[in-house]
Design a protein around this ligand. Structure first.
Ligand code: ARG
Length: 466
């Protein structure tokens, strides 16, 4: 290869032979980082405007760069842009095209900049935009949950510990438990977008640049809060991507738990709820089947997101300062996390308000599990029995109920009094399912009245988001 061919690469000046074809493909990122084009162009526009402000570019040069970059954006959008692997990545593809279009001025765009601060800027801008979309979808899901909780505020179901019937709860209360987890997920994503919002531009390759740059100006143009403090840190750390991944892993963990319940509850054995047909699929062999594929798949997708979190942590581990090519490996996990989370949230936000609850079934299930046993023990404590003795009395009455196939509330007063003479007619106020849930009437409790006010508070929180 001639010197001329070796130096087709924007960095080819010091090379005496062209890149090995396999190495070229192996080291290129354009197949996946082209997704950053929009943010790459915005970053370049801000950098160019800054260069013009400080006198490194003329107004005419800036104008040419601006129109060239906008034309390139349009070409990419309409699909006519030709991406080239030999130009390695999104940055050099766009820069080379700019030079094709506007000539020598295109070559001035990279003054005072390196791909290292460029890519660190692009990926922050991209993640910041995607976090807005993720939290929008998360809010929509929360709205649906609050709506369902309000609708089912007084629907009784068994509450479980160890997946054994524990105490009656209201369906609305159960839904609002998931909402609380999602609320924290929302704030984790929010937090991540605040911390990442510093502009790396100007850090250049690692040490900064000799040009009289105005880092505050480019930061401001891109909507960053301020320029980053340290050039070495700016180009090298991807902790914001790891924060995104860990917030996403927690969200997916919550969704996988929720999905597990939906899968259980739609089974013939539980029958607590129905999912609309449009969220389910059938079996190619068993005609009776209606499978809850959507929650199952979401339960499974937590695996890939957790995997990406570990990839990113491992990618970052032991990297010396400053930029290393290792960091190119941040993109595919970040992109897949974002795609997966957005899809799962969309599916959930569409599905949740469409759930119907089989109130008779959930009520009957609560009735069958001696779920008001604690209420009877508390009743006896109020009559003066020490809690341990009350526990013993109720244990015996439950054993009797199992043998006779009767819930506590279905026993006669005489039957109940064989276990304790402290029991009188007012016991039935606490033994009913309604009595049990209504009695837990404090903030965070399962009483329908509390569910309605908790739902209202949740709705206000969602509506007051900026
Ligand atoms: N494609 C590279 C990345 O994703 C861009 C930065 C390359 N910088 C370099 N010095 N090779 O990280």
């Amino acid at each position: 290869m001639s010197d001329k061919e070796a130096s087709i690469k924007p960095w080819g000046g010091r090379f005496s032979e062209p890149t090995d074809q396999f190495v070229e493909r192996f080291t290129a990122s354009v197949s996946f980082d082209q997704r950053l084009y929009h943010h790459d162009i915005n970053g370049s526009l801000a950098h160019a405007a800054m260069l013009e402000k400080v006198g490194v570019l003329t107004a005419a040069e800036l104008k040419d760069i601006q129109s060239g970059l906008e034309e390139i954006r349009a070409e990419i959008l309409e699909g006519s842009f030709e991406w080239s692997v030999s130009l390695e990545d999104v940055h050099m593809n766009i820069e080379a095209r700019l030079t094709d279009k506007i000539g020598i001025t295109g070559k001035k765009l990279h003054t005072g900049r390196s791909r290292n601060d460029q890519v660190a800027t692009d990926i922050r801008l991209y993640v910041r935009d995607e976090l807005v979309l993720i939290n929008k979808e998360l809010s929509r899901l929360q709205q649906g949950l609050v709506e369902l909780a309000t609708r089912e505020a007084s629907t009784i179901m068994p509450g479980f510990t160890h997946l054994q019937t524990a105490q009656p709860v209201t369906f609305g209360h159960h839904m609002l438990a998931w909402n609380e987890m999602l609320e924290r997920d929302y704030s984790r994503f929010q937090d991540c977008s605040v911390r990442l919002n510093q502009c790396p531009l100007g850090a250049a390759a690692l040490a900064g640049t000799t040009y009289p740059i105005d880092r505050h100006y480019s930061a401001e143009l891109l909507g960053f809060d301020r320029p980053t403090e340290n050039s070495l840190d700016s180009v090298s750390d991807r902790d914001f991507a790891i924060e995104l991944a860990s917030a996403a892993s927690l969200l997916m963990t919550h969704l996988s738990r929720f999905s597990e319940e939906l899968v259980l509850w739609t089974s013939a054995q539980f029958k607590f709820i129905e999912l609309p047909d449009r969220f389910c699929t059938g079996s190619s062999i068993m005609p009776q089947k209606k499978n809850p594929d959507v929650p199952e798949l979401i339960r499974g997708k937590v695996g890939r997101v957790n995997g990406h979190l570990i990839s990113l942590l491992t990618l970052m581990k032991s990297q010396p300062l400053a930029y290393n090519k290792d960091n190119q490996e941040d993109k595919e996990p970040v992109f897949d996390i974002i795609d997966t989370v957005k899809d799962c949230l969309k599916a959930y936000a569409d599905m949740i308000p469409a759930i119907t609850v089989n109130e008779d079934v959930t009520r009957e299930a609560a009735m069958r599990g001696f779920s008001t046993a604690t209420d009877l023990a508390d009743y006896l404590v109020r009559k003066g029995l020490p809690f341990r003795d009350a526990h013993e009395v109720v244990g015996k009455s439950v054993a009797y109920g199992i043998a006779e196939n009767k819930d506590l509330s279905e026993m006669t007063l005489d039957e109940l009094r064989t276990f304790s003479s402290d029991i009188s007619a007012d016991v039935f106020d606490v033994l009913t399912l309604e009595g049990s849930v209504n009695a837990r009437n404090h903030i965070g409790g399962t009483a329908p009245e509390q569910v309605l006010s908790a739902a209202k508070r949740a709705e206000n929180r969602i509506n007051n988001r900026s």
